[in-house]
Every structure is written in structure tokens, then in C-alpha cells.
Design a binder for this molecule. Structure first.
Ligand SMILES: C[S@@+](CC[C@H](N)C(=O)[O-])C[C@H]1O[C@@H](n2cnc3c(N)ncnc32)[C@H](O)[C@@H]1O
Length: 225
């Protein structure tokens, strides 16, 4: 089996990095995500009123887009482990007039502070790839617990399978392994489809896109085990 570069920093260090750099992330990274996020939301085909959770919600752009789709009776929860990301997401929800539908909370996706079996949709964008392989399994176990049996999971991520020779993927590996400090961001291309399947999720849709014409991203829609 092909191996994955593993972060040699703890998730706590990764969270501290996002906590410190939340404003920079918000200004420079989120504009690049708009097209893939829009496509992911189309593929998810969220219905009005469906309860949705986003884990690793960052500064909250997807929360607002999700709130538009679920409508006035929707119920969205955004969770992140970085306090400054959670406060950005909360402020964004207020600014967009969506704060009655969006609840933000500080928490760890490896141990969700919610009872199970309540959400129709779980949304995970650019976050699964921050974890070591065994932790990804823990995250997926938590999402399975939280989702209703007929719910669906959407993962937007950098997929490595079939892209091992992609220049962007190779550049990422180089950054991750060679540039001191880069690993503090935690993210690198992963075998997302394989990880979901091994965790028992059934993949219904996969679509590969490129952000800004270079950054290969995969959208996976899956059903819980
Ligand atoms: C690359 S950012 C993605 C943010 C957002 N989903 C987006 O696409 O803009 C990853 C986010 O995951 C959060 N995160 C990292 N580890 C986490 C954990 N254990 N539990 C919850 N959130 C976590 C970080 O704080 C950060 O906000």
C-alpha cells in the first residue's frame, strides 16, 4: 500500500498555527476556494431545513453558503478548534444576517461535543488532510456517529490517488518534507477516497477539479456505514 507523508507535529500545533494565522487565511486562501465549494454544495443537493454540521469551519465562508441553501428554518453548526477561526465565523454569520441559523462552537472534531444521530449533512472542507492516518479514522468515526444513517458526508480535499506525479502534489510533498516549519500547517494531499472506504463510507460521487487551474481538489459525497 502506498504510504502517506505523516505530520510530525501534533494537531495542537496545527490548531495553534491556524489560530495565529486566521486573518491571513481568511484574506488569501478563501478566495481560491469559492468555485470548488460551490460545486461541492451543488453535488450535496442540500434540502431546505436539513440540519448540517461543518467541522474545521475556519472563518465561516462555507457556513454562510450552507445557511443560504438550508433556508430560514435551517440549522447549521460550525465547529473549529482554533478560537480565532470560531470568532471570525461568528462575526461573519452576524454580518451576513445568518446568525440565527448558524451556531459556532469551539471543539475538536476527534471528539465531537454533540449527541449522535442528528445531522443530515456533514461538510469537511480542506480539513481531513490535516490529520495523521489513524486520526482521520477517528474523525470519520465521529462523523459517522453524528450523522443520521441516511445522512451524507461531503469531503473537499487534496486527493493523492491518481495524482502522485502531479506537479502541484510533488511541490506540496517537497514543502511538507523539506521546508522547516511548513508542516505546522498540517495539510498535504491524502488518499481520501481510500480512507473513507476503509472507514466504511460508501462513496456516491467523486469529482476532481482544479482551483486557480493548478490546485487539484477532489469532492467526495459519501454515505455513512
Ligand atoms: C485549512 S483550514 C480549513 C478551514 C475551512 N474549512 C475552509 O475551507 O476555509 C483547517 C481548519 O481545521 C481546523 N482544525 C484543525 N484541527 C482541528 C480539530 N482537531 N478539530 C476541529 N478543527 C480543527 C483549523 O483550526 C482550521 O480552521
Amino acid at each position: 500500500m502506498t504510504t502517506l507523508p505523516e505530520p510530525d507535529v501534533s494537531n495542537q500545533t496545527v490548531v495553534e498555527t491556524y489560530h495565529r494565522l486566521a486573518a491571513l487565511y481568511d484574506w488569501f486562501v478563501t478566495p481560491l476556494q469559492a468555485s470548488t465549494r460551490q460545486r461541492a454544495l451543488e453535488l450535496l443537493a442540500i434540502e431546505r431545513g436539513e440540519p448540517v454540521v461543518e467541522v474545521g469551519c475556519g472563518p465561516g465562508h462555507a457556513l454562510v453558503a450552507l445557511a443560504e441553501r438550508v433556508g430560514p428554518d435551517g440549522d447549521i453548526v460550525g465547529l473549529d478548534a482554533a478560537a480565532s477561526m470560531v470568532s471570525r465565523a461568528r462575526r461573519r454569520a452576524i454580518r451576513e444576517g445568518a446568525n440565527t441559523r448558524i451556531e459556532t462552537c469551539l471543539g475538536d472534531v476527534r471528539s465531537l461535543p454533540f449527541r449522535g444521530d442528528v445531522a443530515d449533512v456533514a461538510f469537511v472542507e480542506d480539513t481531513l488532510e490535516l490529520f495523521a492516518e489513524d486520526e482521520m479514522t477517528t474523525v470519520l468515526g465521529e462523523l459517522e456517529r453524528f450523522l443520521r444513517p441516511d445522512g451524507r458526508l461531503c469531503v473537499v480535499t487534496m486527493e493523492r490517488a491518481g495524482a502522485e506525479d502531479d506537479l502541484f502534489v510533488r511541490a506540496y510533498d517537497w514543502l511538507f518534507e523539506r521546508v522547516p516549519g511548513y508542516e505546522r500547517f498540517g495539510c498535504r494531499p491524502i488518499y481520501a477516497a481510500r480512507t473513507l472506504t476503509e472507514a466504511g463510507f460508501e462513496i456516491e460521487r467523486r469529482e476532481r477539479l482544479r482551483r486557480a487551474r493548478v490546485w487539484p481538489v477532489e469532492i467526495l459525497i459519501a454515505r455513512p456505514p
